[in-house]
Design a protein around this ligand. Sequence first.
Ligand SMILES: Nc1ncnc2c1ncn2[C@@H]1O[C@H](COP(=O)(O)OP(=O)(O)OP(=O)(O)O)[C@@H](O)[C@H]1O
Ligand SMILES: [Mg+2]
Length: 229
Amino acid sequence: MSHALVSVKGLNVHFKEPVLKGLFLSVKKGEFVSIVGKSGVGKSTLLNAISGLLKGEGEIHAPPTIGFVFQNHSLFPWMTVKENLSFGLHENDEKKIQELMALLEMQGKENDYPTQLSGGQQQRVSLGRALATNPSLLLMDEPFSSLDGHTRLRMQEWMMNLIQKIDTTTILVTHDVDEAILLSDRIVVMKDGSIHSEHVVPFTKPRLNEIRYQQPFQELKKKIIESYD
Ligand SMILES: Nc1ncnc2c1ncn2[C@@H]1O[C@H](COP(=O)(O)OP(=O)(O)OP(=O)(O)O)[C@@H](O)[C@H]1O
Ligand SMILES: [Mg+2]
């Protein structure tokens, strides 16, 4: 088994009540893992703890360079697309910006402001900003949940293509089990403050959107949703 890039051992987080209770999670380099589970179960708390934004008790090993994409586009409204992308970079690296614009399929929109972009475009820029520093680990907390159904489908398809091009380890929190199955190598279900079950996604990548209408996909989806309770 290859070495774990992220390892969480016996993580406890208490707010008013215990939220994470001795949670264990290990993610290998290059792996795409989704975290699902009921609302309030502690998915965002876990992601925040892995990123270092939140301190818990227990052991967490994660790489120092992490990109984080939040649920609601966290772009700076007073900065253009290009300025938003440059934000994390040390200098104005024009080559890197152009590379990102191509990856995001946003060429020509360098000087637009976030309010001039569609929701899907804004979320792509947020992702681009998270990727600008070539992070070893990408964390995404419900990145597409604020988008309408059609745009979300298109973004999931786009994300599938993107992860074939970039070499990043990713942890995605989502409520959308279709999205989790489409993109992940492995899906973990959180329940009662820890990882309740794990599901390996056996379908070869890249996966087409149509895969979600096939029976093995639907069977896996049912199994995952049934493990929430
Ligand atoms: N900063 C905080 N202070 C106090 N309680 C908190 C804080 N952050 C989260 N909680 C509580 O911890 C629990 C887990 O919250 P968390 O946001 O991790 O859930 P989640 O699984 O991401 O839910 P959702 O799917 O709705 O986003 C909830 O009961 C929440 O009220
Ligand atoms: Mg959350």
